[in-house]
Write a protein that binds this ligand. Structure first.
Ligand code: ATP
Ligand code: MG
Length: 252
């Protein structure tokens, strides 16, 4: 299953979710490819890969093959197709060429990972379109704050556009509350509002605000490895369980 993590709003926990969900699934014994489709390269850094070449940029412009640009990580079963600031140039290189929207999908065709997890930038531009076109499912991380729902309309419109024109199989896997502060009453109210709005598409797993998750990237480790007993790590393990269970269920 190919899962894209998307929200054009910045700093909502996309990268933290991509890295920790990918690592959690690998810890459970699955083979996982983490694709970093953001020129900020935070997901790559989060698994200890800094400025690797070749990377996603080279694969997208056709100067490297996928296998040349996929690197193992410290976590057994977790592989990464990293990014670098080069990726900023991908727009100019491919946009306008026929079928550019399908480039990432074509690159990933034939791979046999149990899961491909794709991190995206805080925009609805070229890289997010490439990622949405390559995926089966989308996870939308949101913060449990007053403006959580703001901007979601635009994101849902983009998803509709992609489903209608580029990728009819794309489905919403779920909305994830990715920085929950239970001490704040607003968090609870916003959670209840999200529950009303998204119903069973809101993940039961809720990711608490947890400093271990924020510290982990500076050690080049996913939070679930850096401090497996932390509340943040345990929440991401719960999310991975929920998603694995949903996959098994949908196969029956
Ligand atoms: N549950 C959490 N608890 C504490 N800090 C968190 C949590 N999730 C993410 N962070 C921190 O918040 C910041 C933003 O998170 P992250 O990079 O995952 O968001 P993003 O949506 O990928 O941002 P961008 O839109 O810039 O790509 C980072 O410094 C990250 O370490
Ligand atoms: Mg990010």
């Amino acid at each position: 299953m190919r899962i894209v993590i998307a929200n054009q709003k910045g700093g909502v926990g996309k990268t933290t979710t991509a890295v920790n969900l990918a690592a959690a699934l690998a810890l459970m014994g699955d083979r996982v490819l983490l694709v970093d489709a953001d020129a900020q390269a935070n997901a790559s850094i989060g698994v200890g890969l800094i400025n690797r070449e070749p990377n996603l940029y080279h694969v997208l412009i056709g100067t490297a093959s996928l296998s040349e640009a996929v690197y193992p990580t410290e976590v057994e079963g977790l592989y990464c197709l990293p990014s670098s600031p080069d990726l900023i140039g991908v727009d100019a290189e491919i946009k306008g060429t026929p079928g550019w929207e399908y480039r990432l999908r074509d690159v990933l065709r034939g791979t046999d990972y149990d899961w491909v997890i794709i991190d995206t930038p805080p925009s609805l531009g070229t890289l997010t379109i490439l990622a949405l076109t390559a995926a089966d499912k989308v996870i939308i991380p949101v913060q449990a704050e007053y403006y959580a729902l703001e901007g979601l309309g635009q994101l849902l419109e983009t998803l509709k556009y992609v489903v209608n024109l580029l990728n009819p199989r794309l489905e919403l896997l779920g909305v994830l509350v990715a920085m929950y502060d239970r001490r704040i009453r607003l968090s609870r109210e916003v959670y209840a509002e999200l529950r009303r709005y998204f119903g069973d598409k809101l993940f039961k797993a809720v990711i608490p605000r947890n400093v271990k998750l924020a510290e982990a990237p500076s050690f080049g480790k996913p939070g679930v490895i850096y401090d497996p007993t932390s509340r943040g790590a345990r929440a991401y393990m719960e999310l991975a369980k929920e998603i694995r269970h949903a996959k098994v269920k949908s196969l029956r």
